[in-house]
Write a protein that binds this ligand. Structure first.
Ligand code: PMM
Length: 265
């Protein structure tokens, strides 16, 4: 899954694809590099970010979804708003990716149920302004599995078919770097939930911490693509359904290597 953030402020690529034409071109390029899906979002969820209003989010996202879908790209829409999801599906989005798992907008679950599209349910404990203070766990893997299980049940009760659910541990969302790494080590336990697993580690803070040396600061987000590809290979090997990344080419190669090694076993 390649990422197109149509935002001025996302932590790793904010401002680069803010214009509709540039965003569509970028999405087509990601597909050419090997993305099976292109995820289009219009609201930054970086820690501390404040929300954009709905009209602005629609203005950013809908023309890009329409443009990519009309070129035959399989598009997912990254939104916490039901109206954005609904309009994106109407112009061709094939999947709804909601980082709040339907918690941010009470209309999201009924809209997704009516649309009949796949729905990514990510582990989430609250909006970006406050999420760092919510990174408190006894056993992070067990708690994320249990909270995702409860969320899946609520979404299914709300009318979404169980076969449409994809789950995501929500790396960096109310998690610190140690907790993100524990979740990656625990991916097989997330598999216990019985649904396809999406892993979105691309360029995130915890990779910066892993790469920082003693007295050397973390590299900037754009220099974390090799580290991201390493996570992609590990995730593919652990059975992930998809990885969500900004730079598709290194990840496509990493996943091919993982599959080739598995094929030789
Ligand atoms: N992370 C971001 C945005 N959307 N969607 C899912 N399903 N999972 C994630 O972890 C996730 C997401 C934040 O990263 P970005 O600012 O690079 O898009």
């Amino acid at each position: 899954m390649g990422v197109v953030n149509v935002t001025p402020d996302s932590f790793s690529d904010g401002g680069h694809w803010f214009d509709t034409t540039a965003a569509i071109k970028h999405g087509l390029g990601l597909e050419a590099e090997g993305a099976d899906l292109v995820d289009v979002g219009g609201e930054s969820t970086r820690p501390g970010a404040s929300r954009v209003d709905e009209a602005e989010e629609l203005r950013r996202v809908i023309p890009v979804v329409r443009g990519l879908a009309s070129e035959g790209v399989t598009v997912s829409v990254d939104t916490m708003r039901a109206r954005v999801a609904e309009q994106a599906v109407a112009v061709g989005a094939a999947l709804v990716n909601d980082v709040s798992g339907g918690l941010a907008d009470p209309d999201m679950v009924p809209v997704v149920a009516a649309a009949g599209v796949p729905f990514v349910v990510m582990h989430w404990r609250g909006f970006s302004e406050s999420m760092n203070s919510r990174a408190v766990y006894g056993d992070v893997v067990t708690e994320v599995v249990e909270e995702l299980r409860a969320r899946m049940e609520a979404v299914i009760d709300g009318g979404v078919s169980p076969e449409k659910l994809v789950i995501d541990p929500g790396l960096g969302f109310a998690k610190n770097g140690v907790q993100d790494l524990a979740l990656l080590a625990g991916l097989p336990r997330l598999g216990e939930l019985g649904r396809p697993l999406l892993v979105a580690a691309s360029r995130k803070r915890f990779l910066g911490h892993v790469l920082a040396g003693e007295g050397t600061p973390p590299p900037p987000a754009r220099e974390r693509d090799a580290a991201t590809a390493a996570v992609s290979a590990l995730s593919a090997h652990a059975g992930a359904w998809a990885v969500r990344v900004h730079a598709v080419r290194p990840t496509a190669d990493a996943v091919r290597v993982a599959r080739a090694v598995e094929g030789a076993a």
